[in-house]
Structure formats: C-alpha cells, structure tokens
Design a protein around this ligand. Structure first.
Ligand SMILES: [Zn+2]
Length: 253
C-alpha cells in the first residue's frame, strides 16, 4: 500500500493539534520530499546518522521529535544544516517533525508513553489538561525507595539514571516530564510530590532538589523521548497500512 504525503500530514495535524502549543520550532512537514509514501522511518532527532540510516532503510518519510529550524538558530544553510538538507533533498525524503505536541499528546505522547512503560498512574496535568500539559502528576505502582525507582528506570530505559536525593522517605506521588524539564523543579515541588523525573539535569538542579526536599531523577533526554515518536510511527503505519521502522541512534544524554 502507499499513501500521499499530504494525507499523512493532514491526519497528523488533526491528531496532534500543534496550534494549541507555543513551540520553538515548526511542527508538521518541515521538508517536502516525494509524494507517494510506503515507509516511515522514525527516530528521536533528525541528525545526520538518522538521515543516512533512513536512506539505507528506503524510507519515504523521516518522522522525528527533534527536527530543524529552532527559534534563534542561525538561518544560513551552511555546514551541518546544509549537509542534512542536502541528504533530504537529494534523496527526495520528507521530514515530518512534532515537538511539544508529541510530548503532551494524551495517548501517543512521550509523557504518557513513559508512564505506560513504567506502570505509573496518571492523575492530572500539572500546568494544564491532559493532552496539553507538559508536566504530568501521578503515582508509582507502589511506594518504593529511591534505589528501587532508579533500578526500574534503568531497566526500562536501558540507561542508569542520575538520582539526587531530597529526602529519605519512600516515593509514591511523582511528577514527570520527558526531555529537558529541570527548570520546572520549583513549580513541581510546590505540588507536594515525592519525586520529579525528567531527562536532563543542570548544576543548580542538584541544590534545588536538596533544598526543596524533592527527589530528582535525570533519566536521559534521548531515553525518555524515545517512545512517543515510535507510538506515532506505529499508529500511522496501522492507520494507512504502510511500513514503519524505528531507528535508534544511541545518545547517552
Ligand atoms: Zn526533547
């Protein structure tokens, strides 16, 4: 089976509603390629390695969470940007990117997908309704000490998290946000949860966690954001009866 790229884009726009978000990049079709689509390759970031792998895998669309044209970046098409765009254009590949809409989506989003993998109960969004909130509030499957939560994160994400202890109690109520969400830590602490799980960490996050009395887990930006794009790719493949392959380009951060 094959489907026109415009059908896929229109469907994604309706599904993910990017106009609801104030994002730092354009969401949707970032680079247009061939019209007829048989295969989607998904990945976390549209780096050169993913583009090269997608060409080898005979992709028609590359679907990513981190695409191009970020606010404030240099606009000239030189250096890395030239190389990446050249690979897409020469190979007639479409680049389809969804950033915040794919973090927040109520079933396919990175936050909900991470909760499903970890067995977390979702209670509400911290700063908006489920489907729009970027930070979710919920509970672990059972009360556990930090070491046990660390072990579970390591098992599920295949990567040892960095744990900063804010207290010695058991953890049950949690907040989480995939990617680089350490700057939400003070807002999260004000909700009274036992722990905050995100992808990245900054120097000051350590002091904030200790002084706020909140356990913090940096579980990896790439690792925590590997599932939304896979879920969307699977969903599109099923909906349009086309092929989908997720290609994981290792990234320890
Ligand atoms: Zn991200």
């Amino acid at each position: 089976m094959s489907v026109a790229i415009n059908e896929i884009v229109t469907y994604c726009q309706q599904l993910l509603e990017p106009s609801k978000f104030k994002d730092y990049c354009p969401n949707g079709l970032q680079v247009a390629g061939r019209d007829k689509i048989n295969k989607i390759v998904s990945g976390v970031t549209a780096c050169q390695q993913l583009l090269d792998a997608a060409v080898l895998a005979e992709a028609d669309v590359i679907l990513v969470h981190h695409g191009y044209f970020w606010r404030g970046e240099q606009q000239n098409v030189v250096s890395i940007k030239r190389n990446r765009l050249q690979t897409l254009l020469v190979n007639d590949l479409n680049l389809l990117a969804y950033h915040l809409p794919l973090d927040a989506h109520h079933s396919l989003g990175n936050n909900v997908q991470l909760a499903n993998k970890m067995g977390w109960k979702i209670c509400s969004g911290m700063n908006g309704e489920l489907g729009e909130a970027l930070v979710l509030l919920g509970e672990t499957a059972k009360a556990m000490y930090a070491g046990e939560l660390s072990d579970q994160l390591a098992r599920v994400l295949n990567r040892q998290p960095l744990h900063i202890a804010g207290h010695q109690r058991e953890i049950k109520r949690i907040a989480w946000c995939t990617g680089a969400a350490q700057s939400f830590i003070e807002e999260v602490a004000s909700t009274g949860v036992d722990a905050f799980i995100s992808g990245e960490i900054s120097e000051q996050t350590v002091h904030l966690a200790r002084e706020l009395g909140l356990d913090y887990f940096a579980a990896g930006h790439h690792a925590t954001e590997s599932y939304g794009v896979q879920a969307l790719g699977e969903h599109l493949a099923e909906h349009f009866s086309i092929e989908h392959e997720f290609i994981n380009i290792h990234n320890p951060v």
